[in-house]
Design a binder for this molecule. Sequence first.
Ligand SMILES: CC(C)(COP(=O)(O)OP(=O)(O)OC[C@H]1O[C@@H](n2cnc3c(N)ncnc32)[C@H](O)[C@@H]1OP(=O)(O)O)[C@@H](O)C(=O)NCCC(=O)NCCS
Length: 155
Amino acid sequence: MLGPADDLDRIMHVMERAFAPEFGEAWNRRQVGDALLLPNTRYGLIAPDGADTVGDDQEPAGFFLSRSILDEEELLLFAISPDFRRLGLGHALLSRFIEQARSNGIKRLFLEMRSENPADVLYHAHGFRAVGRRPGYYRTPDGLRLDAVSQALDL
Ligand SMILES: CC(C)(COP(=O)(O)OP(=O)(O)OC[C@H]1O[C@@H](n2cnc3c(N)ncnc32)[C@H](O)[C@@H]1OP(=O)(O)O)[C@@H](O)C(=O)NCCC(=O)NCCS
């Protein structure tokens, strides 16, 4: 049986590789550890073979982290490590997240992403639709501004 501390290591392993540093989207270990202590926060992992547990001898391929309030849930973080992209693992993990939310009684899912993120195609394929936009919310160190796009999916 894998303990939460091992899974925190696994999440951080993916986090450190998956997010482009210029957008400041990655969370640090303390932020994730604190979030995992909250009862309404949940996470999921995916192994390179698509399994939902990652063995000690395996490199974690991806994870999600989410937070629910009553019957709504927000996908806070979603990532697949660069070495394992374009293999369908993003599709598999997102499907799992949505199905688990549905069986937990969640009625509406939310997420926020920066505009022009290729993840948009993935979210759209699973039924998420844009419901709001915050112009210029993300600012890169070189001064580029990108909108934040809120998306929702009714279950
Ligand atoms: C977005 C992300 C999770 C996709 O993971 P993945 O395992 O490569 O996804 P899949 O292989 O299941 O592909 C899902 C679909 O997304 C789209 N997609 C993914 N990466 C893409 C890219 N670089 N360019 C264009 N489309 C892309 C495609 O439509 C793809 O389907 P296809 O391969 O059948 O065409 C991954 O690129 C990632 O972790 N990015 C960095 C973190 C991030 O931005 N997370 C989301 C916002 S919080």
